[in-house]
Design a protein around this ligand. Sequence first.
Ligand SMILES: [Fe+2]
Length: 192
Amino acid sequence: MIKLERIGHVYLSVADQEVSKRFYRDVLGFAIAEEDPVHGGVFMTLGDNFHTLDIGQAPNPEVDRHPDLAGRPDRRRIGLGHLAFQVGSYAALRDAYIHLQAHGVAVKVALNHVNQRSLYFADPDGNTLEIYFEVPYALELFPNGRDDTDEALPLSKPGEPLPDWLLEDWPSPELKARIERIARQKKESVVV
Ligand SMILES: [Fe+2]
């Protein structure tokens, strides 16, 4: 039997290690756990394990000299679609949106996935990244699926007021009540 616990880390082969290191550290808030270009690259952590991201310089000198020659991530090709980072609250998702805009990172799409709301943007190499808040107990709340239609949420330009959906109280009071009910049930089942 195999029992994996979680995805441990992702290795990204990048066109410019310094540029990517600055992006993941200065924009996304990763800390550098270790830099070891010989045996990997830049090991970056969110503080919960040694590293969640390993950033390595692409070895092809053509890529170094002419980054445009490197194949860029493209959803139409086979390969990694996106990397998604979770935040712990809806307020943190709103803060992330404001933070990305303040750092000149364009949020390309925002989607309502019923159990989660997501922001999509790109890293310096064009890898799509996602930041999302997922409601607690999503598995219990949607045991038969979510009927997710990828509902697009409107975006604001830098300097414009934030879109309404980012300012509203989410999840809805009905969903919050169901979340609290599940939390209570779980607590009671532990006590019993
Ligand atoms: Fe995703």
